[in-house]
Design a protein around this ligand. Structure first.
Ligand code: SF4
Length: 338
C-alpha cells in the first residue's frame, strides 16, 4: 500500500480546500469501499481527509414536505428512520436489500453514491482495465462478463454500478447536493452518475475539489405502490444481477405516474423518463407492464456471458410492477421472490 498523509477536516470548507489543494487527496467517511480499494492497491491516495466529524449526520424535514439526508448519515439510519419508512419506503427497502447489517451501519449516504464498480478485473491490478488505468484496455470485453452491463455500455468499459440505494434514489427523482470551492450546486440524481463513454475512469459528474454534502428528496405519491426487487446469485450479501425499483401512482386502475429504475444492468442506475411517460393513462395491468419491460430493454445488448440479463430484467420489471400495483412490495427479510 502506498504511504499517505492523514488529516481530519473540522468543516466542509476544510474538506473542500484539502481536496482542491491536492489532486491525490481522497475523502474518508465509512471507508467500506475505499479501504478495500487501498488494500487491493487499486486506490492509491497520497492524502486521506477524514470527514467523519463534519456536521452532515442529520435527516431534516423540509418546508416543501421533502427531506434532506446529510452525506454522513449511515445507510442503516436512513433505512430505519420512521419518517423515511413511512414516506419513502422504496428507499428504505432498497437499502435493506444491500450489503450486511454491519456494512450498512458503517456505510454513509454520500459514500454509497461514490462506491466503485465490483468488476473483478477492476480489483485485479495485474489485468488491463480502462477504469483503473485509462488506455490499458478492458479485460471484461471478450472475458468473463457475467455480471456486466447490457445497457449504455461503451467499447472502453462494460462495468455496472453496484448500489441498491442509488437505484431507489433514481426512481424517486432525488437531487444530489454538492459543495466545491466555488460554492454549492444541485445535480439531478439521474445526471449524477455517468455512462462510461470514452472516460470510464470517471464515475460521476463531480468536478475536482467537489464533495457530496447531502441528498434531497421531494414529496412523492409512491408510499403505497412500490417495490424493490433484487435478483442475485446468493440470497443475501451479494450484488444485484438485476434489480428493479418500481413505483406507481394509480387512479381508477390507470397509471398516473410510473417510475422504473434498474440496477445491475448499466454503469449508472438506469432510468428512461421518456419511456415511462409513454405509459401514462394506460391500464396498470400485466399486459402494460410487459410492454414497459420490452420498451425499457429495447436497446439492450449482451456481451456473451451476460446475455441472460436481458430476459431476466424483462421478467423482473414485470414482477416488480405487479408487486407495486398490488401494494405487496418485496419484504427484504423474505429472501424468496414474492
Ligand atoms: Fe475495467 Fe470497466 Fe473493463 Fe471492468 S468493464 S475491466 S471496470 S474497463
Amino acid at each position: 500500500m502506498k504511504q499517505f498523509s492523514y488529516t481530519r477536516a473540522e468543516t466542509v470548507h476544510d474538506a473542500v480546500a484539502a481536496l482542491a489543494a491536492n489532486p491525490e487527496a481522497q475523502l474518508l467517511a465509512g471507508g467500506t469501499n475505499l479501504v478495500d480499494l487501498m488494500k487491493y492497491d487499486v486506490a492509491r491516495p497520497g492524502a486521506i481527509v477524514d470527514i467523519n466529524r463534519l456536521p452532515l449526520r442529520e435527516i431534516e424535514e423540509l418546508d416543501d414536505g421533502g427531506f434532506r439526508i446529510g452525506a454522513l448519515v449511515s445507510n442503516s439510519a436512513v433505512a430505519y428512520d420512521p419518517r423515511i419508512r413511512e414516506r419513502y419506503p422504496l428507499l428504505s427497502s432498497a437499502i435493506l436489500a444491500g450489503a450486511s447489517p454491519q456494512l450498512r451501519n458503517a456505510a454513509t449516504t454520500g459514500g454509497n453514491l461514490l462506491q466503485r464498480t465490483r468488476c473483478y478485473y477492476f480489483y485485479d491490478p495485474s489485468t488491463p482495465c480502462n477504469k483503473r488505468d485509462p488506455g490499458s484496455g478492458c479485460s471484461a470485453i471478450g472475458g468473463v462478463n457475467r455480471i456486466h452491463a447490457v445497457l449504455g455500455a461503451s467499447d472502453t468499459c462494460i462495468a455496472v454500478h453496484p448500489s441498491d440505494m442509488c437505484v431507489a434514489l433514481a426512481a424517486l427523482g432525488a437531487t444530489v447536493e454538492v459543495q466545491g470551492a466555488e460554492g454549492t450546486r444541485e445535480i439531478p440524481f439521474t445526471d449524477f452518475h455517468r455512462l462510461p463513454g470514452d472516460h470510464p475512469e470517471r464515475d460521476n459528474a463531480l468536478a475536482r475539489g467537489e464533495m457530496v454534502t447531502g441528498i434531497r428528496l421531494e414529496g412523492n405519491h409512491f408510499a403505497h405502490h412500490y417495490t424493490y426487487l433484487k435478483i442475485r446469485d446468493r440470497l443475501s450479501f451479494a450484488f444485484a444481477l438485476v434489480s428493479v425499483a418500481a413505483a406507481l401512482d394509480i387512479a381508477d386502475g390507470k397509471i398516473i405516474d410510473l417510475r422504473v429504475a434498474l440496477g445491475g444492468v448499466a454503469h449508472k442506475p438506469w432510468r428512461d423518463t421518456l419511456a415511462e411517460a409513454e405509459f401514462a393513462g394506460e391500464a396498470a395491468d400485466e399486459t402494460t407492464f410487459a410492454r414497459v419491460a420490452k420498451r425499457l430493454l429495447s436497446g439492450a445488448e449482451g456481451q456473451g456471458g451476460n446475455d441472460f440479463k436481458i430476459p431476466l430484467a424483462e421478467k423482473t420489471i414485470v414482477r416488480a410492477l405487479k408487486q407495486a400495483a398490488s401494494g405487496n412490495p418485496q419484504d427484504q427479510t423474505v429472501k424468496a421472490v414474492q
